[in-house]
Ligand binder design. Structure first.
Ligand code: AMP
Ligand code: MG
Length: 326
């Protein structure tokens, strides 16, 4: 299969393919998604095939409009409504009880469905015109670094999907926050651009610590992984580099002494965690291409979106460091 890359102005092509039960890569405000008609199980199966994603890993469903929520889920919680009011459209995914119309392949057999409404102009236009909910996980091979540009998607999925819509680099750069609510408690399944601090005015925020098999591969211990060995350190100042190795650094705002390092990538010169998130997966991918022996990444301050980046760092390095926190 030949993979075509088109500009956002040509998204009519995407709509036609999606209507025909095909998969299409689309930009969202978080990372690029690989979309298919969520109510067509054969189309959704193509997402799993292209990504080589295991079937136990449920997908997020993106709505064409708010009214469509009631067709696929039951919303009992007032708190959930408040969160939707505040954060939709935007990078917040909420888990609801699912209705029968949602195919099992989407939810990996769970009785719940994860739902989101994207604020990205192109994604929104496609899903609105299609007027069907879209299942859309990140457009990368399973377990690997998430794509934040159309080129990243091409590098991962060339020849496996018919179309990529290029909407430029994504705004947030990390995946949506995933929550489930009950009474006044907000359980955070995956940290993301909507931070604990932003959720706290609405209820008690708890980290979800249930077994990983119940549906959150963003929560699998190994995820987002580069090919190059990656280790995470609290502070580069306390890191003594092994001699004779090609070492790349992923630092937050400054590296200090850069001499021991072959390549340095700085997430945010001005020390802005939001900018760091937007650059995170791209820079990790760039370092992974440098033929290094080791990548050393420095943890961010554990607050706001910095905590979401730290979470991804822990999972990206878990394969190489059995004692890591993930
Ligand atoms: P991705 O879109 O690739 O970032 O993956 C979707 C994420 O949403 C995964 O981490 C899923 O586990 C999570 N997810 C989807 N549906 C559910 C659900 N019903 N319950 C819990 N997590 C879910
Ligand atoms: Mg993913």
């Amino acid at each position: 299969m030949k993979t075509e890359v088109v500009s956002a102005q040509e998204c009519a092509k995407a709509i036609k393919l999606l209507r025909d039960g095909e998969v299409v890569a689309l930009p969202t405000e978080t990372v690029y998604g690989l979309a298919a008609d969520a109510l067509n199980p054969d189309a959704v199966a193509k997402i799993f095939e292209a990504k080589e994603r295991p079937r136990f890993d449920p997908l997020i469903v993106h709505l064409p409009n708010r009214e469509a929520l009631d067709e696929i889920a039951t919303v009992e919680s007032r708190l959930a409504r408040e969160l939707m009011e505040k954060f939709w459209p935007g990078p917040l995914t909420i888990i609801f009880s699912k209705r029968e119309i949602v195919p099992d392949i989407v939810t990996a057999g769970l009785e719940t469905v994860a739902v989101r409404m994207s604020a990205h102009l192109t994604f929104h236009e496609v899903v609105r015109k299609l007027n069907r909910p879209l299942a859309a996980p990140s457009a990368n091979q399973f377990g690997r670094i998430s794509p934040t540009t159309a080129q990243h998607v091409f590098d991962e999925l060339n020849g496996r999907i018919p179309l990529i819509v290029d909407g430029g680099a994504t705004e947030h750069g990390i995946e949506s926050t995933i929550v489930q609510v009950a009474n006044r408690v907000i359980a955070v399944w995956r940290r993301g651009p909507i931070t604990d601090e932003m959720l706290r005015p609405f209820g008690e925020v708890r980290e979800q610590t249930s077994p990983v098999t119940v549906g959150a591969p963003g929560q699998l211990p190994t995820h987002y992984a580069p090919r190059t060995k990656l280790i995470v350190v609290e502070s580069l100042r306390e890191f003594s580099p092994p001699s004779g190795k090609g070492i790349g650094v992923l630092c937050f705002s400054s590296v200090g002494d850069a001499t021991p390092f072959a390549v340095v990538r700085q997430l945010s010169e001005r020390g802005d965690p939001r900018q760091a998130a937007a650059n995170f997966f791209r820079m990790l991918r760039e370092l992974d291409r440098e033929d290094l022996d080791l990548i050393v990444a420095e943890r961010l301050p554990e607050e706001g979106i910095g905590a979401a980046i730290n979470d991804r760092l822990a999972r990206a390095s878990a394969r190489f460091d059995p004692s890591s926190r993930a």
